[in-house]
Design a protein around this ligand. Structure first.
Ligand SMILES: Cc1cc2nc3c(=O)[nH]c(=O)nc-3n(C[C@H](O)[C@H](O)[C@H](O)COP(=O)(O)OP(=O)(O)OC[C@H]3O[C@@H](n4cnc5c(N)ncnc54)[C@H](O)[C@@H]3O)c2cc1C
Length: 479
C-alpha cells in the first residue's frame, strides 16, 4: 500500500509505556496504528494520521522452557530469530509465513500461516497466552481456556462484555477474513488475527514442538496438469488420513508408515518460467509440486518408497525431478520456492504497475473449479500472470502483472470476478494475508452487512472511541 502519514511515532520499551500512550490517545480520541515489522501485504500497519506505536524495541525472548515446550516472547521478536533460538534447543516453532523478518506480534495479529501450515496449522494453534493493552490503557492477560463464551454466546473480560458473532465460518482449511468465531469462543482466539483493531499485544506464550529428526523433500515436475492434480489429491488424502490415524513407529520396527506431507506447494508453468530466470536448470513443464515429509531413521526408507510409488502412479517426470534428504539440498529447494515472489517483485518494479495478487481459499471439493476459473480468466487475457502456492490447503495465489493502464483495468476486473467466484464456491477472501486496508470491500462482499455489524459491535466494546487500527478490516461507516 502506498502513502501513509502520522503525527507521532512512539518506540516504547515496556508494556507500561504502551499503556500510558494509549491512555493519552484514548482521552484525546487520537488514532493509533500498531506497527510490527511492516511485512504485511494489506496495509494493516500503514497509518493515516494519528500515532504509530512500533514494537521493535520490545524484542526479548523471555524464556524457552524445553521441558514444558513453551516460549515466552515480547511481540517485537523477529520470527527467524525465534525459530533459530528454539531449534538450538532441539525444539521447533512451525508457523512460517515465508517472510522471516516479520515480528511474532505481527504474526499473532494476522494469524499468519504458510506452506507448512498444511501439517502444523496456523499461528493460532501455538498461542497459549497473550498480554494485551486495550485502547483504554488497561491490561488484560488472557490464557487459553480462561475466558470462554457462555451457552448464550457471551464473553466477559474485565468490564467488557461481548457477544460471539453468529456467522458460519467457511469450510476452508485457512481463513483470516474477519474476527474469528466459534461456539464456544475462547477470547484469546478473538485477539489472534484481529489485525491491530482490538488491542496491542505485548507478551506472547507459544507452545513448541520437538524438532523433527529429518525431512524428505521433493520438487517434482509434471508434463500434464491432470496428472499433477491427481497426485495432489492422492497426497492430500493420504496425509489427512495419517493425521487422523497417526501410526507410532517403535524403534527397529519395519512397520510401513503412511505418508504424511508437511507441505504441498504448486507452481504453474508460468511460475516455472519466472523461476528459471534464477534457476536456469528448471525444466519446461506443465507444472511442479514441492512437497516435504518428516522422517526418522526408522521411517525414511519406507516413506521414500511410498512417495516414489505415488509419483510413478501419477506420471511425474522423475528423471528431471529433484529430491533432498539433507539440510543443504533442502535449503536449495526453499530458495527455489522463494525465487518466485522475488522474480515476481522484480517484474513488477520494472513495469511500474502494482501486481494484483489473490489470497482466496475454497473448500477441498471446490478447488478444481477455482483453479479452472483462474486459468479460464487469465489464459486468454494475454496479461502476464502466475499461479502458485499452498495447493495442499486449496489456497493458491494468482498474481497478475499488468504492463499498462488498459491491462491494469482488465486485471482488476479479472481479480474481482475471481473473488466473486471463490465466495460463490463457499470460500474466503483472505486465507493468510488478512484484510487490512486493502481488502475491506471484499470482506463486506463475503460477510454482508449483518455480520460486519456483529464484528463492529465487538470492536466498539473494546475500543469505544475507535482509536486502534483505524481503517483496518471494516469501513468507518460500520463503526
Ligand atoms: C514476501 C512475503 C511473503 C509472505 N508470505 C506470507 C505467507 O505465506 N503467509 C502469511 O500468513 N503471511 C505472509 N506474508 C505476510 C505476513 O502477514 C507477514 O509476514 C506477518 O505476519 C506480519 O508481521 P509484521 O511483524 O510484519 O506485522 P505488520 O505488517 O507490521 O502488521 C500486520 C498487522 O498486525 C498488526 N500488529 C502488528 N504487531 C502487533 C501487535 N504487537 N499487537 C497488535 N497488532 C499488531 C498491525 O497493526 C497490522 O494490522 C508475507 C509477506 C511477504 C512480504
Amino acid at each position: 500500500m502506498q502513502g501513509g502519514n502520522a503525527e507521532r511515532l512512539f518506540i516504547p520499551e515496556s508494556t507500561d509505556e504502551i499503556a500510558a500512550i494509549l491512555r493519552d490517545a484514548n482521552e484525546q480520541g487520537i488514532s493509533v496504528t500498531i506497527s510490527g515489522a511492516r511485512t504485511g501485504t494489506v496495509g494493516g500497519s500503514i497509518p493515516f494520521g494519528g500515532y504509530v506505536i512500533s514494537l521493535e524495541r520490545l524484542n526479548k525472548i523471555k524464556s524457552i522452557d524445553n521441558d514444558a515446550k513453551l516460549a515466552v516472547v515480547e511481540p517485537g521478536v523477529i520470527l527467524g530469530e525465534l525459530q533459530k533460538a528454539v531449534e538450538a534447543d532441539g525444539l521447533f516453532y512451525p508457523p512460517d509465513p515465508t517472510e522471516w523478518s516479520c515480528q511474532i506480534g505481527g504474526t499473532v495479529a494476522t494469524n499468519a500461516s504458510g506452506a507448512r501450515s498444511f501439517k502444523y496449522g496456523a499461528t493460532r494453534e501455538y498461542v497459549q497466552r497473550l498480554t494485551v493493552v486495550l485502547a483504554s490503557g488497561d491490561l488484560v492477560n488472557i490464557r487459553r481456556g480462561e475466558y470462554v463464551s457462555s451457552d448464550e454466546g457471551v464473553i466477559v473480560i474485565g468490564e467488557t462484555s461481548i457477544r460471539v458473532p453468529t456467522y458460519e465460518r467457511p469450510n476452508v482449511r485457512k481463513n483470516v477474513s474477519g474476527y474469528f468465531n466459534a461456539q464456544p469462543l475462547d477470547a484469546i482466539d478473538l485477539f489472534i488475527g484481529s489485525e491491530g483493531t482490538l488491542g496491542v499485544i505485548t507478551e506472547i506464550e507459544l507452545s513448541l514442538l520437538p524438532k523433527p529428526e529429518g525431512f524428505f523433500s521433493g520438487i517434482v515436475f509434471f508434463d500434464h496438469e491432470v496428472d499433477l492434480l491427481a497426485f495432489v489429491d492422492a497426497a492430500r488424502d493420504a496425509s489427512f488420513s495419517s493425521a487422523k490415524n497417526p501410526v507410532a513407529i517403535a524403534p527397529g520396527s519395519d512397520h510401513q508408515m503412511a505418508l504424511d506431507a508437511s507441505l504441498i506447494e504448486y507452481f504453474d508453468s508460468n511460475a516455472l518460467k519466472f523461476i528459471a530466470e534464477k534457476f536456469p536448470e528448471t525444466p519446461d513443464a506443465a507444472g511442479a509440486i514441492f512437497f516435504e515429509q518428516e522422517t526418522t531413521d526408522n521411517t525414511e526408507d519406507a516413506l521414500l518408497e511410498q512417495w516414489n510409488k505415488l509419483l510413478e502412479t501419477h506420471n511425474a517426470d522423475l528423471e528431471n525431478s529433484w529430491f533432498a534428504t539433507n539440510a543443504q539440498d533442502r535449503e536449495k529447494m526453499r530458495a527455489f520456492r522463494h525465487a518466485l515472489p522475488l522474480a515476481a517483485n522484480e517484474r513488477y518494479s520494472r513495469s511500474g504497475f502494482r501486481k494484483i495478487s489473490s489470497d482466496m481459499a475454497v473448500p477441498v471439493g471446490e478447488f478444481r473449479s477455482l483453479l479452472k476459473f483462474y486459468e479460464d480468466q487469465c489464459g486468454p487475457s494475454g496479461i502476464d500472470h502466475v499461479i502458485f502456492g499452498h495447493i495442499g490447503d486449496c489456497h493458491l495465489h494468482l498474481n497478475l502483472f499488468p504492463k499498462n493502464i488498459e491491462e491494469n483495468e482488465r486485471a482488476r476486473h479479472i481479480y474481482g470476478r475471481c473473488i466473486a467466484h471463490a465466495i460463490m464456491l463457499g470460500g474466503c477472501v483472505s486465507a493468510e494475508h488478512g484484510i487490512g486496508k486493502l481488502k475491506r470491500k471484499y470482506l463486506a462482499a463475503m460477510m454482508g452487512e449483518r455480520y460486519l455489524n456483529e464484528m463492529a459491535d465487538i470492536k466498539r466494546a473494546f475500543d469505544p472511541k475507535r482509536i486502534l487500527g483505524r481503517g483496518n478490516m471494516f469501513d468507518e461507516s460500520y463503526l
